[in-house]
Ligand binder design. Structure first.
Ligand code: ADE
Length: 248
C-alpha cells in the first residue's frame, strides 16, 4: 500500500517511522510519503489560509495549495502498486482521506476496508478546515478513487495530524503480513466475527500472583472450552459496563 500525508506540520507524522508502522515501512509493505503543504504556497510567507467567506471566526485553508499538492502527489506515483496486485485500466487511483470532526465516524470496519486500498492520501487540515471545493473537486475526479471525510471521535482536535496517526496505525496493522500473529486481529475489540461489537476482556501474564491479586484460576486450568466461555462472559460484562450502547 502507498500512503501519502499532507500537512503544514510534517514533523508531526514522524512517529510513523517507529514501532509497527515503521516496521511495515522498513519491510516494504507500506510506502509512506509525508509532504509539507507550505511548499505548495507561492508567496514569501508561504500562506496556506485566508479569511472565511461570509465572515466568522478563524481562518480557512485555501484550495489553491491543496490542489497543487494533491495533483503533484497523484502524478508522482502513477500506477504504483507495491502489494503484488494487478493493475487495471488507467492504473491505481488514490483515495483521498480528510480527517475532520464533521466527517463520518472512522471505525474498525472502515479501517478493514481501507487496508485493502492500494493508495491512501491523507489531507490534514488546520484552523477551521479546508475550503470545501477541494472535497467536491476530488470527489468528481475519475483519476481519484473518491473522497472520505472521517472523524476519529466526538471531540475536536487542533488539526487532522493526530487523527491521521490514528487512522494510519489502525489501517496498517490490518495489512496482511504486518502483524506477527493474525489471530490477535480476530480477537480485537470491534473486530468482525463471532464477538463482533464486543470489547476485548481482561488479560493476564506472569507472575500468577502480583501485589496480592491472583490470576483467575480458570486461565490456568488448561481447559480451552471453559476458558473461551469465560472470556466471552468477561467481554460481555466489560461491554455492558463501558459501552452499553454497543449492546443495543
Ligand atoms: N480534526 C479535528 N478534530 C478531528 C476529529 N475528531 N477527527 C478527525 N479529524 C479531526
Amino acid at each position: 500500500m502507498r500512503i501519502d500525508i499532507v500537512s503544514i506540520f510534517p514533523e508531526y507524522l514522524d512517529p510513523l517511522r517507529l514501532s509497527l508502522v515503521g516496521k511495515a515501512v522498513d519491510a516494504g509493505l507500506v510506502n509512506l510519503g509525508v509532504h509539507d503543504l507550505r511548499s505548495f504556497a507561492h508567496d514569501r510567507h508561504r500562506t496556506v489560509d485566508d479569511t472565511p467567506y461570509g465572515g466568522g471566526p478563524g481562518m480557512v485553508m485555501s484550495p489553491v495549495p491543496w490542489g497543487e499538492a494533491l495533483d503533484q502527489i497523484a502524478g508522482a506515483h502513477p500506477g504504483e502498486r507495491i502489494d503484488g496486485g494487478t493493475m487495471t485500466g488507467g492504473g491505481v487511483r488514490p483515495l483521498l482521506v480528510v480527517p475532520t470532526p464533521s466527517g463520518e465516524r472512522f471505525t474498525q470496519s472502515v479501517a478493514q476496508q481501507w487496508s485493502d486500498e492500494p493508495w491512501l492520501v491523507l489531507a490534514c487540515g488546520r484552523y477551521e478546515g479546508i475550503d470545501t471545493r477541494v472535497i467536491e473537486h476530488y470527489a468528481g475526479r475519475s483519476d481519484w478513487a473518491g473522497v472520505r471525510e472521517v472523524s476519529v471521535g466526538d471531540y475536536v482536535l487542533a488539526g487532522g495530524e493526530a487523527a491521521a496517526l490514528v487512522i494510519v496505525e489502525a489501517v496498517v496493522r490490518l495489512i496482511p503480513g504486518v502483524l506477527g500473529n493474525a489471530a490477535s486481529v480476530a480477537d480485537d475489540s470491534f473486530a468482525a466475527g463471532s464477538m463482533e461489537r464486543l470489547l476485548e476482556g481482561p488479560v493476564y501474564t506472569k507472575p500468577a500472583e502480583w501485589r496480592g491479586i491472583d490470576v483467575p484460576e480458570i486461565l490456568m486450568s488448561g481447559h480451552h472450552g471453559r476458558i473461551a466461555a469465560w472470556r466471552a462472559e468477561q467481554a460481555h460484562a466489560r461491554t455492558r459496563e463501558h459501552r452499553p450502547d454497543l449492546l443495543g
